[in-house]
Design a protein around this ligand. Structure first.
Ligand SMILES: Nc1ncnc2c1ncn2[C@@H]1O[C@H](COP(=O)(O)OP(=O)(O)OP(=O)(O)O)[C@@H](O)[C@H]1O
Ligand SMILES: [Mg+2]
Length: 242
């Protein structure tokens, strides 16, 4: 039985979609059959970051509304065997999809895949609650900004109210120069609740930005230190279940 990992954040633009695409790539490189599911309904981007925007026929809403079967909505990434993708609907959800629908979908996907990685919308809206429907683990992507830290704490509290405790944190867009100069919060400025459950750091690097524009996860590019970063994060996530 696989695991469902939801990638969330308080603030928008912290790097959730970038992280989801590269975590999926890292899991596939480690031999795990993985599906990336875009649940950022209405504001989907994951198809672009994977370079699969022209392959989308059916999406999550089509599956949940019975328009197609799960297998029809699964897009096989031909460049990277083992990686599959399911797109979000391009239209905002009209409230018909419930967390229970998503749980049922995740349970079915977990019978096929080792990892079901869900790219959730930012913030606290209903979209997040729906995306969390099948969560076994939540990875919150934060950036070294006080606004990001505060929003992340708020979302963590709300998740607790929903009974979701399995939350870990990824610090993205790390700029060590700014941190050393005291111009961005460093790890000692983060609340202990976050640092104690931090599972990895990803540097601010323009190559990451380029890779999202090119539609190829940077983890699939050869010989980057970022790929090693993600491999370590993937190993730690594997260890959470051990
Ligand atoms: N570590 C990084 N270094 C440089 N650029 C990054 C990094 N992480 C993400 N980016 C860039 O930041 C932008 C936002 O990333 P992304 O779309 O993944 O964020 P998001 O949290 O999914 O946003 P949204 O809340 O809108 O869904 C993108 O242009 C992406 O290329
Ligand atoms: Mg996104």
């Amino acid at each position: 039985m696989g695991q469902t990992i939801v990638i969330a954040s308080g603030k928008g633009g912290t790097g959730k979609t970038m992280f989801a695409a590269n975590l999926g790539a890292a899991m596939v490189k480690r031999g795990h059959k993985t599906v990336l599911v875009d649940m950022d309904t209405g504001l989907r981007n994951l198809d672009l970051y994977l370079g699969l925007e022209n392959n989308v026929v059916y999406d999550v809403s089509d599956v949940l509304n019975g328009v197609c079967r799960i297998k029809q909505a699964l897009i096989k990434d031909k460049s990277f065997p083992g990686l599959f993708f399911m797109a979000a609907s391009p239209k905002p959800d009209d409230g018909e999809i419930t967390p229970l629908h998503v749980k049922v979908l995740c349970d079915k996907l977990k019978q096929i895949f080792d990892y079901v990685i869900i790219d959730a919308p930012a913030g606290l809206d209903d979209g997040l609650v729906v995306a969390m429907g099948g969560a076994d683990e939540v990875m919150m992507v934060i950036t070294p900004e006080y606004s990001s830290i505060r929003d992340c704490e708020t979302v963590t509290m709300t998740l607790k109210e929903f009974g979701i405790e399995n939350v870990h944190y990824i610090l993205n867009k790390v700029n060590t120069k700014l941190m050393k100069a005291g111009l961005a919060p460093s790890l000692s400025d983060f609340p202990r609740g976050i640092t104690e459950r931090m599972i990895g750091l990803v540097q601010q690097d323009e190559n990451i930005h380029i890779s999202t524009n090119m539609g190829v996860p940077i983890v699939f590019m050869k010989d980057t230190y970022i790929s090693k970063n993600f491999d370590n994060i993937a190993k730690r996530i594997e260890a959470l279940q051990a």
